[in-house]
Write a protein that binds this ligand. Structure first.
Ligand code: C5P
Length: 212
């Protein structure tokens, strides 16, 4: 039901995925990673060789693409693409593909459908576009250095020059995603910079609406 839906939004590297997965587990509902849909859509467009700057061409590919999430993995036309969609090529182009309204119009309903039995929906516009009627909305923030450090740990990167490159890439995507990124007026803001995952999850659970 709509009562079991939580929207978690915020920029890259704030710990959204980790927090959303832990919270979904705790609540016993699905974890809907909306970014994974845009990443899989981008992979489909790259493979089809369509010009990524053209919305209608991308949308034609995405319309035919079967994108599915199961057990924390992403499937494109039945094949597990979880590894491929996290790679540099998709990461470089995903903001461009996700920026096409024609693509968003196709993917938002699929993301919403994934919450039919409740869910923690994670993304940039979960609280405003995917599940605007969610009773609980969270906006995660963190300072830029901490975001880059986290992304580095996630990818197993330790070289300072590569961490600098990650910091620059996060800043680039913040700018590229600004149009899509929207904080719902009724979202609670949780800064994750100096909190552990458990502490962030607790902070959210404490503020979830209770009772009918
Ligand atoms: O969250 P993640 O880094 O996997 O998202 C990848 C990209 O997908 C983002 O940089 C953004 O361009 C796009 N995205 C979006 N709307 C969402 C989720 C992700 O435009 N709800």
């Amino acid at each position: 039901t709509v009562r079991d839906v939580v929207a978690i939004d915020g920029p890259g590297g704030v710990g959204k995925s980790t927090v959303a997965a832990a919270l979904a587990d705790r609540l016993g509902v699905a974890h809907v990673d909306t970014g994974a849909y845009y990443r899989a859509a981008t992979l489909a467009c790259l493979r089809a060789g369509v010009p990524l700057g053209e919305g209608p061409a991308c949308a034609r590919v995405v319309e035919q693409a079967h994108i599915d999430r199961r057990g924390g993995r992403t499937f494109l036309d039945g094949a597990d693409v979880e590894h491929a969609i996290r790679g540099p090529e998709v990461t470089e182009h995903v903001s461009q593909v996700a920026g096409h309204p024609q693509v968003r119009r196709l993917l938002v309903p699929r993301q919403r459908a994934a919450t039919a039995h409740g869910g923690v929906v994670e993304g940039r516009d979960a609280g405003t576009a995917v599940v605007p009627d969610a009773p609980a909305k969270v906006w995660l923030s963190a300072d830029p250095r901490e975001r880059a450090a986290r992304r580095a740990r996630q990818l197993g990167i330790t070289d300072p020059a590569e961490i600098d490159a990650l910091t620059a890439d996060l800043a680039r995507r913040d700018t590229a995603d600004a149009r899509q990124m929207e904080r719902a007026h009724d979202a609670i803001v949780v800064d994750t910079s100096e909190r552990t995952v458990t502490q962030v999850v607790e902070a959210i659970v404490e503020r979830l609406p209770t009772g009918p």
